[in-house]
Design a protein around this ligand. Structure first.
Ligand code: S3P
Length: 436
């Protein structure tokens, strides 16, 4: 494990292009593997998590090659996945662990076991097992809820699902299974979550509609798409955005960032806190005007400038649209005037680490006045952070949180386990260095 000292920055200037989107890369690899004809994925994320997805689709019979800086997939077709000899290794990738079983559950007569690293073995799969069972799948999980996880493929049937918690991973798992089911499937979430799967399926010729937070999908014989383009990841961009806002005198430009409205909740929270981020963000659809599903992902440059912040309350319906950026909301709260509260974010407890505990204990060790609640945290702004030492806990987003805290702190921060940033953002420390 490596410890990196991140010294306070005087100001940050310049521009950066964040790495390709992790969520969209996972989906592009899976969709490519489900197609009969070759699919070219441009700007695929070359990071630990999404390399696990290429490994996983290869292990069930797809070919995935790097060619001219792109990834080309030759799939098995929708119904042609073949079980490997041993378990499918998902590494540290929770999205892969939750999406892939959706496809595999429809491989009639074939069984697949999925397993991963120590962190994956602590993350529940019962949330996908329930809906897949309702569609007719047979599944076995350790202790009923943890990986290793075995999926016995069968002929699925279309079902209407009402999810208790908004989760793009669970919704996407069901939508992939629905492609192979008999009859129509619908998924209703309590509030909207990221919609990359829906957009990609629409682009691949699937009959898919959205009304409010209900998505309905019809089965297909094949998926047809030649090329998928991955934008820069707004969740990775968020670390630079936060650094640019917190380090006095900073001016940054973030290039080609994905600005799908289901991913820009953090930018709306930042704006409410008084942060300056200017970009051409996709507006949320107007329910009165209907809700067409675009088959593409919008992108924009973002201009970020440092400035004073005020505390805010993040309500439960905002949580799924900013889920991976909530640790950064806590950090901004340390520098804001007044109180910052996040509510309804109990999902953070089952991410790559228990992110409520990791954020609260981590930032407190750097001088923050922060308390955990069951479903979030409460931060009292104290004009900044002293600095100190933070442990990444094997969680890429906690490692990068520690580094951004270091840039904005008075004394700097030692981040233990910084190398785990490579799960989603291998060049993170290099990008930070170019902005100093
Ligand atoms: C993801 C959805 C979110 C997010 C995760 C990626 C996805 O999880 O936290 O990093 O790609 O669908 P949930 O669906 O569990 O909220």
């Amino acid at each position: 494990m490596s410890t990196v000292h991140v010294a306070p920055a005087r100001r940050l200037r310049g521009e950066l292009t964040p790495p390709p989107d992790k969520s969209i890369s996972h989906r592009a690899a899976l969709l490519g593997a489900m197609c009969d004809e070759p699919v070219r994925v441009t700007n695929y994320l070359e990071a630990a998590d999404t390399l696990s997805t290429l490994g996983a689709v290869r292990s069930v019979g797809a070919i995935a090659e790097h060619r001219d800086g792109h990834v080309v997939l030759r799939g098995t077709g929708l119904r042609g996945a073949q079980p490997p000899e041993g378990p499918i290794d998902v590494g540290n990738a929770g999205t892969l662990m939750r999406l892939l079983p959706g496809w595999l559950a429809g491989q009639d007569g074939r069984a697949f076991t999925l397993d991963g690293d120590a962190s994956i073995r602590r993350r529940p799969v019962d949330r996908i097992a329930g809906p897949l069972r309702a569609m007719g799948a047979e599944l076995e999980a350790t202790g009923g809820r943890l990986p290793p996880f075995t999926v016995h493929g069968t002929q699925l049937h279309g079902t209407d699902h009402d999810l208790p918690v908004a989760s793009a991973q669970v919704k996407s798992c069901v939508l992939l299974a629905a492609l192979l089911a008999e009859g129509r499937t619908s998924v209703t979430e309590p509030t909207a979550s990221r919609d990359h799967t829906e957009r990609m399926l629409a682009a691949a010729g699937v009959e898919i509609t959205r009304r409010g937070t209900t998505v309905t999908v019809c089965p297909v014989d094949e998926l047809v798409v030649e090329q998928l383009a991955v934008p820069a990841d707004p969740s990775s961009a968020a670390f630079a955005v936060a650094a640019g806002i917190l380090v006095p005198g900073s001016r940054l430009v973030v290039r080609d960032c994905g600005v799908n409205w289901t991913r820009t909740g953090f930018l709306r929270i930042v704006e409410r806190m008084g942060g300056i981020v200017v970009g051409d963000l996709e507006p949320a659809p107007d329910p009165a005007a209907g809700d067409p599903l675009p088959g593409h992902e919008p992108v924009s440059d973002l201009d970020v400038a440092a400035g004073p912040l005020v505390g805010t309350t993040v309500e439960p319906d905002e949580v799924p649209l900013a889920i991976d950026e909530l640790p950064l909301v806590a950090l901004l709260g340390c520098f804001a005037e007044g109180e910052t509260v996040v509510r309804g974010a109990q999902e953070l407890r089952v991410k790559e680490s228990d992110r409520i505990a990791a954020v609260v204990e981590g930032l407190r060790g750097l001088g923050a006045s922060i308390e955990a609640t069951e479903d979030g945290f409460v931060v009292q702004g104290a004009g900044g952070l002293r600095g100190g030492r933070i442990e990444a806990r094997g969680d890429h987003r906690i490692a990068m949180l520690g580094a951004v805290a270091g840039l904005a702190s008075r004394d700097g921060v030692d981040v233990d386990g910084m190398e785990v940033a490579a799960v989603s953002y291998p060049r993170f420390m290099d990008d930070v260095a170019t902005l100093r």
